[in-house]
Design a protein around this ligand. Structure first.
Ligand code: C2E
Ligand code: MG
Ligand code: MG
Ligand code: MG
Length: 272
């Protein structure tokens, strides 16, 4: 509360806000430069069918290796890109890159059912987003069924109506939709049923809790809920053999995580 805060803490806050503003400004010009210099790269992490052990899907994850600052994680620059609108260009980069990569894999005979792409709610709620996706599918010669678009659970609550419309249109092309980081937001069960989503991606925090007895109960009920609603479950962030075998035992359909495979450049994927 401003009234009660001492002069020093007030100054401290001022300084901090100012510092944040400067950082955001610098970050934004760095993002623009990185787009120009092609410093972004897509990495790919296999999503595995836990029953068969087969790779059925691959999640694309953006990577930024800054020439001086080194690796900058997406959680640090995506939110700033979203605020400024430059996320449109980042989204365009990621979609173009991943669609053409998928086409290359198809042409080279590397069998892979689907690729997943993380999409910011800012992009997804644009009026023209579904026709934009349709055009991309046609231009790259891909079927909608080859693509999964991931949206975080929290984005569903902030961009309601336009997202819903876009989801319906995009699903009509055969593209599937995943709700990412499920468990970090507040989706009511009614909402889950009403939303046209194909996958529920259980946030890593649920997986960490698996070693606790009630942690397993939670996952078990989430899996049966998802099954009842006709949605496929993906467990995120599987880091240990123990987590892996518990999830298998609980009947979780898909999983990804460092224990199975780390995100890697497209080149490494073919040779692994
Ligand atoms: P996400 O979509 O939930 O991606 C999963 C994150 O968990 C990734 O972090 C991945 O590298 C990491 N991860 C995978 N397996 C494990 C594991 O076993 N343990 C742990 N601790 N982590 C694991 P990353 O790449 O830093 O991405 C963070 C978030 O940034 C993503 O979360 C996604 O929301 C966003 N993001 C990433 N790439 C893109 C993109 O191309 N476009 C947009 N709009 N957002 C992106
Ligand atoms: Mg994701
Ligand atoms: Mg996630
Ligand atoms: Mg996440």
């Amino acid at each position: 509360c401003a009234k009660e805060s001492s002069r020093t803490s007030y100054q401290y806050y001022c300084k901090e806000n100012n510092c944040e503003a400067i950082n955001e400004h610098t970050m934004l010009s760095n993002i623009k430069l990185a787009l120009e210099n092609k410093d972004f790269q897509m990495y790919y992490q296999p999503i595995i069918n836990l029953k068969t052990g087969k790779i059925e899907n691959i999640e694309s994850l953006i990577r930024w290796f800054h020439p001086e600052k080194g690796y900058i994680p997406p959680d640090q620059f995506i939110p700033i890109a979203e605020k400024s609108g430059i996320i449109d260009q980042i989204g365009e980069y990621a979609l173009e890159e991943v669609f053409s990569q998928k086409k290359k894999w198809n042409d080279s005979g590397f069998y892979l059912e689907k690729v997943s792409i993380n999409i910011s709610a800012v992009n997804f709620s644009r009026a023209e987003f579904s026709s934009y996706i349709k055009e991309k599918l046609q231009r790259h010669g891909l079927k909608g069924e080859e693509i999964v678009l991931e949206l975080t659970e929290t984005s569903f609550s902030t961009h309601k109506s336009k997202m819903k419309e876009n989801i319906e249109e995009i699903r009509s092309f055969g593209v599937e939709i995943a709700m990412d980081d499920f468990g970090t937001g507040y989706s009511s069960l009614a909402r889950l049923k009403e939303l046209q989503i194909d996958y529920l991606k259980l946030d890593r925090l649920f997986i960490v809790a698996l070693i606790e007895e009630d942690g397993q109960e939670v996952i078990k009920s989430l899996i049966s809920l998802a099954n009842a609603l006709g949605k496929k479950v993906v467990a995120e962030g599987i880091e240990t053999e123990e987590q892996f075998s518990i999830l298998k035992k609980l009947g979780c359909a898909f999983g990804q995580g460092y224990f199975l495979a780390r995100p890697m450049p497209a080149m490494d994927l073919i040779s692994s």
